[in-house]
Design a protein around this ligand. Sequence first.
Ligand SMILES: C[S@@+](CC[C@H](N)C(=O)[O-])C[C@H]1O[C@@H](n2cnc3c(N)ncnc32)[C@H](O)[C@@H]1O
Length: 157
Amino acid sequence: MKTTLIVVGRTVEQHYITAINDYIERTKHFISFDMEVIPELKNTKSLTPEQQKEKEGELIGKALQPGDVVVLLDEHGKEMRSVEFARWMEKKLVNVNKRLVFIIGGPYGFSQKVYDAAHEKISMSKMTFSHQMIRLIFVEQMYRAMTILNGGPYHHE
Ligand SMILES: C[S@@+](CC[C@H](N)C(=O)[O-])C[C@H]1O[C@@H](n2cnc3c(N)ncnc32)[C@H](O)[C@@H]1O
C-alpha cells in the first residue's frame, strides 16, 4: 500500500517545510509515504470562497486515481486518540491494496464533490487549524502511529 497526503497550495513558511519534511522522512522508514502538492490557484481575489473550493476540488479530483481509498482531514470527522489512529492505520495497511490518500483542504475547506468522493473523514481535533499548520500536525501523528505499531520509544501513554 502507498500512502499519499494531498495538500492544496505549497507550504509557505520555511519552519513548517523543515519540520514537515523531517516527519515525512522519518515515516518513510516504516511505510511508503509522500506528500503531493496541488499548486495554489492564481487570482483568488476574483473568486468567492465557494468558487475557490470548486476549482480546488476539480484539481483534487484530477490527482485521484481509480481504487484510491480517500480520507479527508476535516474538523468534523472522526476523532481518535493516537493509539486508536495507529490501530486504524494497521487495518488500512492490511486492507488497502493501492493508495491510501489523505487530503487536507484549502483555506476554505472542501467542495461538496470532494466530500462526495471521500470514504472517511478524520479529525485531528475539534479545533480548526490553518491549512498550512495541519500538515505538520498530521505528519507528526502519522510518524507517531508508525512508532506505536513498531514498538518505538517515541510515544508515551
Ligand atoms: C482552515 S481549514 C478550513 C476550515 C473550513 N471552515 C472547513 O469547514 O473545512 C483548512 C483545512 O485544514 C484541515 N483542518 C483544519 N483543522 C482540522 C482539524 N481539526 N482536523 C482535521 N483537519 C483539519 C482541513 O482539511 C481543512 O479543509
